[in-house]
Each structure stands twice: as C-alpha cells, then as structure tokens.
Design a protein. Structure first.
Length: 432
C-alpha cells in the first residue's frame, strides 16, 4: 500500500537542527492563511460548553471554521497575529488548558465508542481521562515531544492500529496489555493500573532517550542499542509498585477494527450518532448545532481520530437538525473514507487546492478503498494501518498510487474522477 517517506533508521542517531515545533494552543504556527492553533482534546472528549467555546474562538480569533485532526484534536486556522493571549484566556476558562506546560504533550486517543454499546469491554475513555490527570500532574512529562502518542483501546483494535508510542489494550477479566512502540511483545497487568503503567512507559522512554543522547521524539526513533525492552519495562513498573508480567508473541491488531461510520443506534427517542463533517472541516455555525444537541443529550461529545464526531445520546430530532446544517449522519455518504491535508491556500508547501479538487470529484469517484489527497510529499494526515489510495499533487497534476496497481504520474484534474474511481476498487475485492 502507499507509504509516506520512510522514517530514519533506528541504527542511526536522530539529528535535528531545531526543537519540536509541533503547534499547540499556546505555541501558534504561522501558516499562509494566518496563524494556526491546535487544541489537544485527550480521548476526544469535549463537554457541550467546551465545544461552544471552541466555536466562539473560531469566530472571534480565526476564520470561523474548526478542523478535526487524525489524533482527535481540534485546530483553529486563520488566527490573527497577537491573538495568543486572548485565545489562551478563553480556552483556559473552559478547562481546555488544565496544565499550560503540558498542553502540547496531551496526545491521547481512546476508542470512541467505548462504553456506549453495552459490551463487557473496559471503559477506555475512563483510562484516558485518568491518564491525562496523571500526565498533567507530572512536571517531567512536559519534556515529551508534541508528536508522542498514547492510545487507550478497549480491545477492539481501533486506536491500537494508529501507530501509538504507548498502547493500552483491554483484555478479558479486567486485564490490560501495555505495548511500547511497535514491539511484538507486551506486559500484562490489572486494568486499573493501566493509566499509571502508561505514565511509567513515558518516563522509561525519556530516560532511554537521555541516555542515548539523541533527539528522539518517538519510540521508533531510539537507536537499536537504546531500544525500549519489555523486561526492563517490567522492572520499571515494579519500582512504581505495579505488578506486571511480560507476554510474548501478542497478536496485535495491526489492521484497524471498523471505525465508527455515520449512523444512529439506539431507540426511537434517544440515539447515539456518528457525525461526519466532510474532510473534517466544520463551520462554527455547524459546530454550534452539535454543541446544542449534545447539551440536550449526554452533555458531551467525542472527536474521533477519523475526523468524525460521536454524540453519545441525542434526542430523536437531532439527525434532521444535523443534516440540515450540512453534516453527514446517513451511511454510504461519498465523503466516507475521503481525507485531505490543508492544501492551498493555507499551506505554503502545497502544490494544489486539494480540498477543492476532492469536492469536484467526490460524487463520481466512489469506491471501497479510502483515499487521501495530499498537496505535497509530506502527506500530512494520511490514513494509518490500512490500505489506501494515495493522491499527491506534483505541480503537473497528481501522482496516483493504489494497492496492486502501477503508479500513475501526471494525472490531470479532468481525469481524476475516472482514475480515482478505478483505483478505489480493491483488486482483491474484484477477484471475489
């Protein structure tokens, strides 16, 4: 399947000329369309009030839109120079900046549907919230990179497949596995100890990176001689008072479980909805509709790593109101499995307005395989853990790569609909 440019080998030290410039809510990023703020939303959980405040921030300081990211966070774009203080004050008042020194390291994803389907799986969101409190209360944790990712998976394998640095995976009988990076083995421990174990894993990583003398931001970047070892992790856990045992040859869910799709579940009066904003971009008025139906229902919503929103409990009239706002709640939408980077005009590196190009062909280029539109070779926000069709702007059209097919260069916008529809048909599906 298409892959992004390969990461540096762990046999070579990671050499960087600058520190981690990953944007946050306090460290704004200068883009072509103004400044950008990334608000971390651990576990994707937002109260209706916090959601309303984000809409207010988009209108007061930005371009009136919110972007959902592949880590379940929210971005504000088009921010004016000098707005940082006012934005921080607004976010802090809504409880979105509980630890200013840690705001960029709160990269925590959790199974979006955890606890909503009446299964016997653990509540991964509760784990994530407990962990976030521990992380924010640990001064040393502020040294983590803004790219380091924690995942709390209730056992179905959805967020475990996103390439986390630390993965907690629910097991039967109240147990959990904790994995470091992409290791084949793991440690098993009691579920209630999972948040503290994940924090211990982060400390182990920072200690290993310091000992190696590298600028590693993620577990995969550690040189081989300083790679994290399960046996040593068990020892670290014992020092922290956590009983754990090494488990070898775990059948990890490298292929993702089915992600939430636009739909409603539940009874005729109250339902759980999965809402899909096309390309993960939501106008502030649309976002306020979600906040309003959330307030009338469960009081909280969940942003997923697939740029959708779970509304745990809503009234019977909510789907019609949400669809009227221009968001997708019905299954089989052409926008399912279509993602894109920011593209022009917001990104200086982009060679095309990928969002506009996607919009132009979305109805004519359907297919079972996901597709990601990229304005340059960096492929920001591309899918992980699954086969996908890769469209990259080159300045002379698009390069199209799909599983089991030869790469096509120079695909002109007028040819995109037919070429993409063909590429999105998985050859294995056709054979069946």
């Amino acid at each position: 399947m298409p892959q992004p440019p390969s990461a540096a080998s762990r046999d070579e030290p990671v050499i960087r000329e600058r520190g981690d410039a990953c944007p946050g809510a306090l460290r704004l990023h200068a883009a072509d369309d103004g400044f950008l703020a990334r608000v971390r939303v651990p576990g994707g959980l937002l109260t209706s009030r916090q959601a309303s405040v984000l809409a207010l921030a988009a209108d007061r300081f930005g371009d009136g839109h919110l972007e959902l990211t592949s880590r379940g966070n929210v971005q504000l774009r088009g921010l004016a120079d000098g707005c940082g203080g006012g934005l921080a004050e607004l976010l802090d008042g809504a409880g979105l900046l509980p630890a200013p020194g840690h705001e960029r390291v709160r990269n925590i994803v959790a199974t979006p549907m955890s606890g909503l389907e009446g299964t016997d799986r653990p509540d991964a969101l509760a784990w994530a919230m407990d962990f976030d409190r521990l992380l924010c209360a640990s001064p040393w944790a502020a040294a983590l990179s803004g790219r380091f990712l924690f995942a709390f998976d209730d056992g179905r394998g959805d967020v475990a497949s996103l390439g986390p640095d630390v993965t907690v995976l629910g097991r039967p009988e109240g147990r959990a596995l904790v994995r470091l990076g992409r290791a084949a083995d793991a440690v098993e421990l009691a579920g209630p100890d999972a948040p503290r174990a994940a924090l211990t894993a982060a400390r182990y990583f920072l200690d290993a990176a310091a000992e190696a003398g590298t600028q590693a931001w993620r577990v995969s970047e550690l040189p081989v001689e300083h790679a994290l070892r399960t046996a040593e992790f068990v020892r670290c856990l014992a020092v922290a008072g956590i009983a754990a045992a090494a488990v070898g040859a775990v059948d990890w869910p490298y292929a993702p479980a089915p992600r939430p799709r636009p739909r409603g579940t539940g009874g005729p009066d109250r339902a759980t909805l999965c809402v899909l904003p096309p390309l993960g971009r939501v106008g502030s008025a649309q976002w306020r509709v979600l906040a309003q139906v959330t307030e009338e229902g469960s009081g909280a919503l969940r942003v997923t790593p697939w740029r959708s929103v779970i509304l745990p409990t809503v009234n019977a009239d909510a789907p019609a109101r949400i669809e009227a706002a221009g968001l997708v709640v019905a299954p089989e939408s052409p926008w399912e499995s279509v993602t894109a980077c920011t593209g022009r005009p917001g990104c200086a590196k982009s060679l095309a307005d990928v969002r506009a190009d996607a919009q132009a062909v979305v109805d004519r280029a359907r297919g079972p395989l996901p597709v990601h539109w990229s304005g340059c070779e960096r492929r920001c926000g591309h899918p992980r853990g699954t086969a996908w069709v890769d469209l990259v702007a080159t300045g002379a059209g698009y390069r199209l790569a799909a599983p089991g097919r030869p790469v096509r260069d120079g695909v002109h916008p007028s040819e995109l609909a037919a070429a993409l529809a063909d590429a999105r048909t998985d050859p294995d599906v056709v054979k069946k």
